[in-house]
Write a protein that binds this ligand. Structure first.
Ligand code: TMP
Length: 212
């Protein structure tokens, strides 16, 4: 394998509680990397555009009821249905900024009481991110921001449990940013981390799989 063929886009994931600022920061990062001339796309999970995604969306809107295990597997299936496209994009040199990924899957379902190892199992074999950015915010501060849209998980008490699950999941490779700092400060920190990862992947880095 020569190094040139190993050059690829970076898989960058943003994680955090609801209202931690992931979505706004994702779009800022997209413009930033585009401005530097990189090929980049912004993705999000759940991807509500697929058939599975529509089932997830109606569950979140409380328009349907599903067993906790069932919805967990649908969230996972929603990532599996995008897996090969994800690999194609990365190998063709496109960086993906992904708003939520397998870690949300495990954090939210285990916060309901499901066994954490059981939650991880269906994620095994999905592409491993090159960088996980954790937008850290106390649940109370996130709730104060308002704008909980009334979806199923958008309640302070549940978000506290999710924060605890994220703490268990986080390992040394995650980059944590204090997300209650002013928006521009958060953005500045994220830019540096993201650029670093994009450069590393450009130089050539092999793709690996979860759960490692
Ligand atoms: P969103 O607000 O980022 O679109 O996500 C919708 C909700 O779904 C959010 O409360 C987090 C939750 N979620 C899971 O429970 N499991 C998952 O795998 C993902 C991606 C999100």
């Amino acid at each position: 394998n020569n190094h040139k063929s190993d050059s690829r886009g970076a898989l960058i994931v943003l994680e955090g509680l609801d209202r931690s600022g992931k979505t706004s920061q994702s779009s800022r990062l997209l413009s930033y990397l585009e401005g530097l001339g990189h090929s980049v796309e912004s993705w999000r999970f759940p991807d509500r555009n697929t058939g599975v995604g529509q089932m997830i969306s109606s569950y979140l809107a409380n328009e349907s009821q599903l067993d906790d295990h069932t919805i967990h597997l649908l969230f996972s299936a929603n990532r599996w249905e995008k897996r090969s496209l994800m690999e194609t994009k990365l190998r063709s040199g496109t960086t993906l900024i992904v708003d939520r990924y397998s870690f949300s899957g495990v954090a939210f379902s285990s916060a309901k009481g499901l066994d954490i190892e059981w939650c991880k199992a269906p994620e095994i074999g999905l592409l491993a991110p090159d960088l996980v950015l954790y937008l850290d915010i106390p649940p109370e501060k996130a709730a104060e921001r308002g704008g909980y849209g009334g979806e199923r998980y958008e309640q302070l008490e549940f978000q506290r449990k999710v924060a605890h699950s994220y703490q268990i999941l986080r390992d040394g490779s995650w980059k944590t940013v204090n997300a209650w700092l002013p928006f521009d400060d958060v953005e500045k920190q994220l830019r540096e981390m993201v650029l670093d990862s994009v450069t590393t992947c450009q130089k050539g880095k092999s793709l690996s799989k979860l759960w490692s």
